[in-house]
Every structure is written in structure tokens, then in C-alpha cells.
Design a protein around this ligand. Sequence first.
Ligand SMILES: [Zn+2]
Length: 589
Amino acid sequence: MNSPVNQIKERLTIEEVVSSYIPLVKVGNTLKAKCPFHNEKTPSFFVSNERKSYYCFGCSKGGDIFSFVEEFEGLDFKGALKLLAEKANINLNDFQVENTDEKDNLFKVMEEATRFFEKNLSLNPEALKYLKSRGLEENTISEFRLGFAKDEWRDLVTYLVGKGFSHEIILRAGLIKKKDENEKNYDRTYDRFRFRIMFPIMDSSSRVIAFSGRYLGPDKGEMTPAKYLNSPETPIFSKSEVLYGLHKAKDSIRKNNFSILVEGQMDLLLSHQIGFKNTVATSGTAMTGEVLTKDKNVSNLGLVRRLSPNIIIAFDGDKAGLSATERASKIALNLGMDVKITKLQEGIDPADFIKEYDKEEWKKVIKNSKHIIEFILNNILDEFKSDPRKIGKLIREKVLPYVLLLQSGIDMNFFLRLISEKSGISIDALTQDLDTLSLEQKNNFKNNETVNPFIPSKEENLEDRERKILNYLIGMIFWQKEKDEHNNELIKIIKYLETILNQDLYTFLLNNKINKEELVFKTEEFYSNKEEGFVWGDLTDMLKELKILSLSKKAKDMENDLNNIDVFKEFNLIKIQIEDIKNGRFNFE
Ligand SMILES: [Zn+2]
């Protein structure tokens, strides 16, 4: 039977998959984009429908639709398979499931727990009443699969064991706790989540990977459990790789070209409920300022950034909310995002606001959001109207550090002028302060610009130069081979190359772990618009130079043994050969 992977590949082109994430531009026969996997100003990311693959010259990432989705969404292969199967309208249940590993079992136990909590909620009027009192509709509750954990110690674990899950896997999933770390007896484990509304956190292929639980029980004074309790990190849950609601938000973020970041689940749910589906929430997760996490997966905000560089942060309007806003802004700015902030009255969070007012009012709040620099500047100017010296000090301490995080000189200029106009401080003074600050803390961003990989520089040593030419030749050979037009010439070239290499080409590729796909892409990029004669002329030149290099290397190895008459004779022959080739007597046929 045709595997699901093959069926999906038949139904989806690489172009439609990639372009559902990032805009592709057609240049001649090639499709280009700015690479989603590294920061760049000019596009070096190429997509080939013919070869069903993509390749980036800047960061060397390449592959097919599956590796693209894995990389972009930060999913494992099975997660990517699930997403692409849905896209291609293929039912994975029609195919036999291969042997399962630990992660599969963790996904299964989380799914079963989610169902259990969902059922609990439907049978618990009190919990449902609470959710409705917060403004949630049935649809939203079921769409986000909210649930309820009863006020019992072993409710979930008893159910899951009854369903055939081992204590070990339930524990690994973070659903139960041991009374004591060293406890061997699983009878002494208990449910982590009790008396809580359960919010499942899902990965971008909608698999439940964690829970955030909100306490719903009575106030017990100092003995009251924490209001929010989150799953611990597990093999399927890394706090820095996911945001709450991202699985439902990603399409809308891309389409609207901005995201809205809120703090709480309720903020997110109400926001989605009134149609702002480009909203994600930080609750139960953690943000990092790196695109990649320590496990080399894409970070939560890194993924949001790939979908759109524009983000609006809508946190609570209180002091804690403000400092969380500043922290999140710095992270987003570090990722090169454009950050705006909404202004809410103190003590009001987005959920309260949306419930109190309506969609149109929320739209206004979003529309009136201000760039983080202007937002903080306005706060300072409002608060210290009558104290210009204090304002100057605060601008240096609280505003200029954000200016330094801007990745564009034009933006920096724009905001310096804005600060100057609003505060009355001269641009010169601001620039001076900025320079001092810059010396103290500015990070040096590495420049990722790429260079033409095929121009061997003259200063290179023989090995490097030889390697570059070989790469070129291999790319050229396999590129031409795909065209199926110059087979006779190619066979001759390959034969000649093999005499230089002293082994057959495929063995050489294998031994040197050469990825010919990558080389074909490079060659195609640099030669696809050139004339045929030019391409073949270059090819001959490269072959010629490679031969000279290989002879020179041989001669060099002999230099220490020139006392030996046989070596001396051969050395001279090689020198003559080299001269001959240089003088145009070169024929690879
Ligand atoms: Zn790249």
C-alpha cells in the first residue's frame, strides 16, 4: 500500500506548503523567499517544485515538505505528518500505526486525560457556571477542550490505570505526583491537578502536551492552593517552545500579519471568541529571547515571529502587568519584532474588558496600541510633567535601552526624533547618552550575509580550493543529469573526474558525506539564468583547474624526495603536464 507520506507528497506541492507559511517570489523558474530559519535581508531561500525540496544558502537548511513543517512549527515528524495529512485530506487512521515510542504513549495519556477532564466538566454544573460567568460560550469551551479536575486525590490516576496506562507513563506525563521522590510504591501517588478548571496546552499540530489548571475550590486562607498550576516540563512539553492557543492562532497571525500576546487563558479565550483569533497567551509557558531553544527547537516567540514580525502586547494594566510587558517587549525586540503595547486601565485585564464592553471597543484598544518606546515615554511624561530633570534621567534609564534594541538604523533615528520632540531634549544629547549606553551594553549582532560559494578566492590553500571546485563540479554534474540532455558529455566528465579522484564518484560522495542535493541547488541558483555555452565553458575550466590542482599536490608531495632519480623524472613529467594544460592542451575526452 502507498504510505501516507507518499500520498501526502503526491497531493501537496512544496510550493503550496511553503507559501502557506511565508510569501514566495517567482524569479525566472525559481521560487525565492527570505529564509524563515535565519535572519536575512536578501532572500537566499529557494524552493524547487521539480525536486519537491527547498534549500537555504544562508543557513544550509534544506529538505522536503515534512522537514519544512517540522522545522517551521517546531514539531517532531509525527506532528508534521498529522498536520500535513489534515492539509491533504488524508485520514491517518486508514494506515497501520507503526510501533509506538515513549512520546506516542505520552501523547496518548494526555489525550485520554483531556477527554476525562472534558467529561467531568460536562457533568459539573458549578464549574460550567463559573466559566459562563466569565463570559465563555459553549463553543469556545468545547473548541479549546476545557475540562475539570474534581476535588479528589486519585480520580484521574484510577481512571487512566483502568484504561491500561502504566503508572510510569502517567508520572512521566506530569499528571500525578509521588508523595516522596524516592517512593517506589505507585499506590502512594496522587493526582497533580485537583479542584481545578483544566486548560489543555497544545502543540501546533493540536496534540495536548500539558495542562494549566485554575483552582476553583474554596478559600482556605494560607492553605489555599496556588491559583494557577501548570504541568512540569516533560519529554513532550517544553515551556519555551509553546504558547497557549498557538495551534488556533497561527493561520490568523499570518493572514492579519500581526499577533496579539495576552497573559491569561481567559484573555485568550474571550479574544478568540469575539474573532481576534490571532491571539496567543503566555500562561503556562515561558518566553525566551532566542529563536532556538537549548534543544535546538524553535522557541514559542520565534515561531510567532516567523508568522509575522508584528506583535501587540496586551497585558494587565497594573504594575505587575507593566513589568511583564517590559520583559516580553525586550524579548520580542531582541527577536527583531515590531512591538506595540495596548493601554488598559489599571486593574483591568483583556478578559474583563472584552466581557464588559464589546468587540468594537476591543478593536479600538488594539488600534490605539503604541510602539513600546512611545508607550513608555508617554507614561514617563504623564507621570513627571512638572519635573524635567527627572524626565531626562528616566528617559536615559527606561527608554533609551529600548532604542538600542531596535535592529534598524532608520527606526532608531525615527524614535530618537520622536523622543526629542515629545520631551524637548535635543537629539544631540540623546545620541550622546545612547552612545554611552551602547558602549556599555549593546550586543554585536553577527552579520549573516552570504557570499557566492563558487568563487574560490586566490588566497585559499590548495585543499580548500580543490574542495570548492569539486563541490561545483558535483553540483553541476547532478544538475545536468536531471535534465537528461547531455548524457554523453556527462559520462565523459564523470569518468575523467573519477581518474582524478582515484575512485568512483558515488563512493567519493559517500566517503566524504557530501550532500549532492545541496550542491545541485547552489549550482542551479548561480547558473540557471546563464547561457548553455557559458555553463559548459565554466565546467571545462573547473575540470581543468581541478586536474592542475591534483597534479600540483602530487608534485608537492614529491618535493622532499627529488634526490631519488625516479621521483625526479616523474616530478618533471608532472610539471610538463601542468604546463601543457595551462597552455591549452586540455581535453577530458
Ligand atoms: Zn536560512
